[in-house]
Design a protein around this ligand. Structure first.
Ligand SMILES: Nc1nc2c([nH]c(=O)n2[C@H]2C[C@H](O)[C@@H](COP(=O)(O)OP(=O)(O)OP(=O)(O)O)O2)c(=O)[nH]1
Length: 161
């Protein structure tokens, strides 16, 4: 039996740059990433996305400005957990990014995204995000530094089967 856990991952963007945060503790420590985390029991996914963005970098976004652009599923060799990550993008938001106990936020030019300090899979699906294409990806890891197999595809819509 595989346990499925839902996570959010939010990217704030403008014409020139994307906001990433350096994770300061826990899962994915020392990697640059979007902002997100576990959806709590009974919490709606969009509410969780808004909450995590605020908690991790003090930015505010309205639910209707979050666009679901991707779905990523991660499994790890020898572990009975599937991380089901709902990826969102927003171009309308309020605030100035602030460092928190969890994340150090920084804007990156689109041609300077620090893939060498991000999850290995990110460079495989970021091209979709950057071209405003919808995507689905599934990655099976051994540990955190090796992808044993993966599939990735462009989607026409994010509607779930
Ligand atoms: N870019 C990218 N993000 C990933 C990958 N795998 C993965 O879990 N994430 C995202 C999904 C979530 O936003 C985040 C993991 O959530 P988390 O463990 O920090 O969740 P949390 O804040 O609720 O956790 P906690 O510290 O409260 O225990 O990392 C990946 O391979 N690439």
């Amino acid at each position: 039996m595989i346990l499925n856990k839902v996570y959010t991952l939010v990217f704030l963007r403008n014409e020139q740059q994307i906001l990433l945060g350096l994770k300061k503790r826990g899962f994915g420590v020392n990697k640059w990433n979007g902002f997100g985390g576990k959806v709590e029991p009974k919490e709606e996914i969009l509410d969780a996305a808004v909450r995590e963005l605020k908690e991790e970098c003090c930015m505010s976004v309205r639910k209707h400005n979050l666009k679901n652009i991707g779905n990523l599923q991660f499994t790890f060799e020898g572990e009975a957990l599937m991380m089901d990550v709902r990826v969102f993008s927003a171009t309308s938001f309020v605030g100035d990014p602030e460092e928190t106990e969890e994340m150090l936020p920084k804007w990156f030019d689109y041609d300077k995204i620090p893939f060498e300090d991000m999850w290995l899979d990110d460079k495989l699906w970021f091209p979709y995000l950057l071209k405003d294409k919808l995507f689905y990806g599934r990655f099976h890891y051994q540990g955190y530094d090796k992808i044993l197999n993966y599939t990735i595809q462009e989607l026409n819509s994010m509607e779930r089967k």
